[in-house]
Design a protein around this ligand. Structure first.
Ligand SMILES: NC(=O)c1ccc[n+]([C@@H]2O[C@H](COP(=O)([O-])OP(=O)(O)OC[C@H]3O[C@@H](n4cnc5c(N)ncnc54)[C@H](OP(=O)(O)O)[C@@H]3O)[C@@H](O)[C@H]2O)c1
Length: 285
């Protein structure tokens, strides 16, 4: 039986990297290293070994990953392209489990996988799966969690509260899963501690299934004085506009692709409307 003890988190200062690192530290089960870009301003707790790396060099990454049992990549958009190099280094270093930076949509749905915004992630999956099929001595897991619940509320991604003019998609009653950053962190610990069950596959987690109209009702309850002017929006129109913009090389509507797919039902309930209310209290009061 493989036991994961030494874990390296890549990009651990980011939106999802920090809560993943926290969950792994808090579990008390692992020796932890973080890989960060040479020159990164990120700081980490003293219990964590901080290794600066050059992400373009398989050699630099291989040296950094020697002795690690698992690598969790949480690099953001700019780093996604370099993950094939990171994976190849993990193989060369003898790492047993690789979690690429996924933390979003379910690409087993071909409609989702074909969306332009996910090109780098799909390419990374392809690279990993081809290498494993060809005999690379490593395993992988994709963590799929749909939108981040607390982050999505706080930045207005799930419902624009800043302008008070949220786009309400397809009537607002379409259910979608969402997961808090902390729960995604717990899910990564779950992958590392359930090695056999999570070999070479996607795991799906979520905290709650909600609708935009539910979010709006909770936000109104928390801040009754705030003026809301919902903007009814058809996702089919958004998809058409995003495709047209992309055809002209305009990437400004890339996020509009996601709205069409982040609605899959996931398997692990975790949060309630009261938790959502608490998140809105933080941003609205
Ligand atoms: N489901 C959702 O709602 C949702 C929302 C947002 C993001 N995500 C996903 O979560 C993952 C991480 O995104 P994030 O927003 O957490 O990322 P982020 O905060 O933008 O960046 C994460 C870390 O990546 C490192 N980094 C930045 N540029 C890099 C580069 N060129 N090469 C290598 N590393 C680089 C940095 O760490 P150092 O400074 O330490 O090097 C940075 O702190 C992505 O896969 C993203 O698609 C999902």
């Amino acid at each position: 039986m493989v036991v994961i003890k030494n874990v390296a988190v890549v990009g651990a200062s980011g939106v999802i990297g920090a809560p993943v690192l926290k969950a792994i530290i808090d579990s008390g089960k692992f020796n932890i290293a973080v890989l960060s870009r040479v020159g990164s301003k990120a700081t980490f707790p003293s219990s964590v070994k901080d290794i600066p790396v050059d992400y373009t060099s398989v050699q630099s990454l291989t040296t950094a990953l020697k002795g690690q049992d698992a690598v969790i990549s949480t690099v953001g958009t700019e780093g996604l392209l370099g993950q094939s190099v990171l994976f190849d280094a993990a193989v060369a270093a003898g790492v047993k489990r690789f979690l690429p930076s996924e933390f979003g949509s379910d690409f087993s749905n071909p409609k989702t996988a074909s969306l332009p915004i996910f090109g780098y992630k799909v390419a990374t999956r392809k690279h990993i799966e081809e290498k494993v099929k060809a005999g690379a001595d490593i395993t992988y897991t994709y963590v799929v969690n749909a939108p981040f619940l607390d982050w999505g509320i706080e930045v207005g991604f799930l419902l624009d509260y800043k302008e008070g003019k949220p786009r309400i998609y397809d009537g607002g009653d379409v259910p979608f899963s969402a997961t808090t950053l902390a729960s995604v962190g717990l899910a990564t610990v779950g992958v590392l501690t359930n090695y056999d069950e999570t070999i070479n596959r996607q795991v799906m987690v979520h905290d709650i299934v909600v609708t935009q109209n539910q979010l709006l009702a909770i936000a109104k309850k928390v801040a009754p004085e705030k003026k809301w002017v919902p903007v009814p929006t058809k996702t089919s129109d958004m998809l058409e506009a995003a495709n047209a913009a992309l055809a002209k090389g305009d990437l400004s509507l890339m996020f509009d692709f996601i709205i069409n797919v982040e609605n899959q039902m996931l398997g692990v309930p975790g949060k309630t409307e009261a938790d959502i209310e608490a998140i809105y209290k933080k941003v609205l009061t």
